[in-house]
Design a protein around this ligand. Sequence first.
Ligand SMILES: C[S@@+](CC[C@H](N)C(=O)[O-])C[C@H]1O[C@@H](n2cnc3c(N)ncnc32)[C@H](O)[C@@H]1O
Length: 366
Amino acid sequence: MAAHHAPTMAVPTDAQLIQAQADLWRHSLCYFTPMALRCAVQLGIPTAIHRLGGTASLSDLVAALSLPPSKTPYLSRIMRLLVTSGVMASHEEGVYSLLPLSYLLVDGISIDGEASQVAIVLAATSRHYLEAALGLSDWFKKDVAPPLPAPFEDVHGATILEESMALLDPESDKVIHEAVAAHDNMGIGTILRECHDLFKGLESLTDCCGGDGTTARAIVQAFPHIKCHVLDLPKVIERAPRGDGSVNYVAGDLFHSIPAAQAVMLKLVLHFWSDEDCINILSHCKKAIPSREAGGKLIIIDIVVDPSSSGQILETQLLMDVAMLVCTRGRQRDENDWRSIFTKAGFSDYKIVKKLGARGVIEVYP
Ligand SMILES: C[S@@+](CC[C@H](N)C(=O)[O-])C[C@H]1O[C@@H](n2cnc3c(N)ncnc32)[C@H](O)[C@@H]1O
């Protein structure tokens, strides 16, 4: 006799079924929005609108982009989706203008330095990212011994930001590096303006995993009295622009030694590492700073997943977390996760100083 299971929920009403069907279509097809965005970026639509004075009709765009006029009605359908999803604005039928989001996709724009975010769209919608995401269910079924490869490594046999990716596909590797640079470099100006107290009174700072020193140079420009060290791998430090010598570059490995300073900053670093690695990194950071009484602290800039955030910010944080799951061995953390790794690394206290969009700024005290 077949086992009798109690129904898990009542059969939906007609109204609920109609709504559920529409929602299912949306959830299954919403990946066309980033595809339309990719198409717009590859055609150069945001840059064309900008060059046309900030507003462009469909026929202006078709002419500026040298598209066949027969494609005009199709372009109108892509633009309609982008307007509805908040990428572009349209205050008059068939006439489009930029929003702050699409302004970030204009070639050559500068906001506290180079600001174009085109590479993020191209990397996130690339064949390599999509194929990695398609491999997610197969990855879940495999029971492999740690260290667990990310689905990206599982599918492609290569790791993002490592030599293996450059060997697999140099063009994609370049786009991924550009995307990470665009992601990392945008926002330090806002942080310096909004979180002045974070740096005020600091005598010295080590920007741990500070890349080519873009962030450190911006800090020293705003706070010239801070003696700033930038620690990164030798291959990165070799290529860093030395400029005016305002920053001290140190080639090394954060798992071995971190240059001593009153504060150590980890900006967009820890989300790339597992909890175990983070505890190890944080313990090394603790050795590099003085006591809390002597002003010792860590400055962490990273996503703090916050279930009480507005719906769109939370969704962004969760999408960034699944992006880390699919492509790296890292993760995004909520406040409990952060507290747990701070405590395990021997820190006594922390304060979330500011939330800036999807990211948070945290001070951690020894
Ligand atoms: C996502 S980037 C950090 C971005 C930078 N903090 C910023 O906000 O612009 C990660 C950096 O960590 C560096 N890195 C990776 N492993 C490292 C290690 N073992 N020691 C030092 N730096 C490392 C990479 O070379 C890269 O520059």
